[in-house]
Design a protein around this ligand. Structure first.
Ligand code: AMP
Ligand code: MG
Length: 328
């Protein structure tokens, strides 16, 4: 299967969602709310989910979508102003949308895992979006537990020519490409497969509580990494590895959250982009990521993404450090 229709629909949908996000960012006064888990969510997160789910529901009505957001909280009477802002933003993209359509499209993202499904993070890195840093609109297609298509729209991604905005796209067996968000010719991308650890670049979250930095510092020393890690919010980190800007990314649960499981939408779209660019992504024990189980990667521990060349060496260093930590 060459996924031509899926690619066309996904590209158009994330491009429209990116426009919505950029417009919300440009209009001061768009509101931010806190979810039950205290993480922030904005008008743009809900609006982007509505726009993408509308496109997927129309083109592939039988495919469930497992998205990060749901519209339940928007029913609270005090959030009527936020609901209105979301509806107005979606109507700028889809002028005939009714208020109920918008709520229904957001809730279309409440699907569950099936033999074929999409997973969506309408804004990954919401904290980065609010700060004016990196964020990604992230969408992946999974069939029989295997990632088949991944797409990331990264409106703030810095380019060599001084402009910003890239889309990363991968289809299984067809490689990975980057496309300027403003439009242009897709360009094939490859990881930088250097094995010289002292010169390689690690990339990490801006938010220090999203991975165990104490474990990481010892790991860096053990691997002989010399330069300080680049910091970047969101799944854009996978794009940075896929185009050779960085070589290594870990997500190590903090000791106090050691049973924390990652969300499928926080990784799926980036994983296939790194793999199709020649890299490797596993969990911290070297196990393949299992996207067949539900909204969480419940059979995996943390994440390791590399340029491929150094993967076994990093896994071995993690194994040794886990052993030392257990036997302290
Ligand atoms: P990043 O920008 O790479 O730090 O990732 C942003 C993602 O981190 C969000 O989508 C959240 O799902 C996720 N996240 C939030 N809190 C935590 C946490 N304590 N540990 C790991 N990931 C988290
Ligand atoms: Mg996310």
């Amino acid at each position: 299967m060459n996924y031509t229709e899926e690619k066309k629909v996904a590209l158009a949908a994330v491009t429209a969602a990116a426009q919505l996000c950029q417009r919300v960012q440009g209009e001061k006064g768009a509101q931010t709310l806190n979810k039950a888990d205290t993480s922030p969510v904005t008008v743009a997160d809900f609006g982007a989910q509505a726009v993408i789910c509308q496109a997927l529901a129309e083109a592939f009505p039988d495919d469930p979508v497992i998205g990060e957001e749901d519209a339940a909280m928007l029913g609270q009477p005090e959030l009527v102003g936020v609901r209105t802002q979301i509806i107005q933003q979606v109507q700028k993209i889809l002028p005939t949308a009714s208020p109920q359509n918008v709520i229904d499209w957001i809730n279309h993202g409440n699907g569950t895992v099936a033999p074929r499904y999409w997973t969506l993070d309408p804004i990954d890195g919401t904290k980065g979006f609010i700060r004016g840093d990196q964020y990604a609109i992230a969408l992946a297609l999974v069939e029989e537990g295997e990632l088949k298509l991944g797409i990331l729209a990264c409106p703030a991604f810095p380019l060599e020519n001084g402009t910003t905005g890239l889309i990363f796209l991968a289809i299984r067996g067809q490689g990975s490409v980057e496309i300027p968000l403003k439009g242009g010719t897709p360009k094939a991308i490859k990881v930088d497969n250097s094995a010289n650890l002292s010169e390689l670049c690690r990339i990490e979250s801006v938010e220090s509580v999203h991975s165990d930095r104490a474990f990481q510092t010892t790991l860096d020393r053990c691997l002989g990494l010399k330069s300080p890690a680049k910091q970047m919010d969101s799944l854009a980190k996978y794009g940075a590895i896929a185009r050779g800007d960085a070589h290594l990314y870990t997500r190590i649960p903090l000791p106090q959250f050691k049973d924390k499981k990652e969300n499928i939408w926080d990784h799926g779209p980036g994983v296939i982009i790194v793999e199709e660019a020649g890299g490797i992504v596993t969990d911290l024990d070297g196990k393949c990521l299992d996207f067949s189980l539900g909204a969480k990667l419940s059979n995996n521990r943390g994440i390791l993404a590399t340029n491929g060349t150094i993967h076994q060496q990093v896994l071995e260093a993690i194994r040794k450090q886990d052993y030392n930590r257990r036997n302290l």
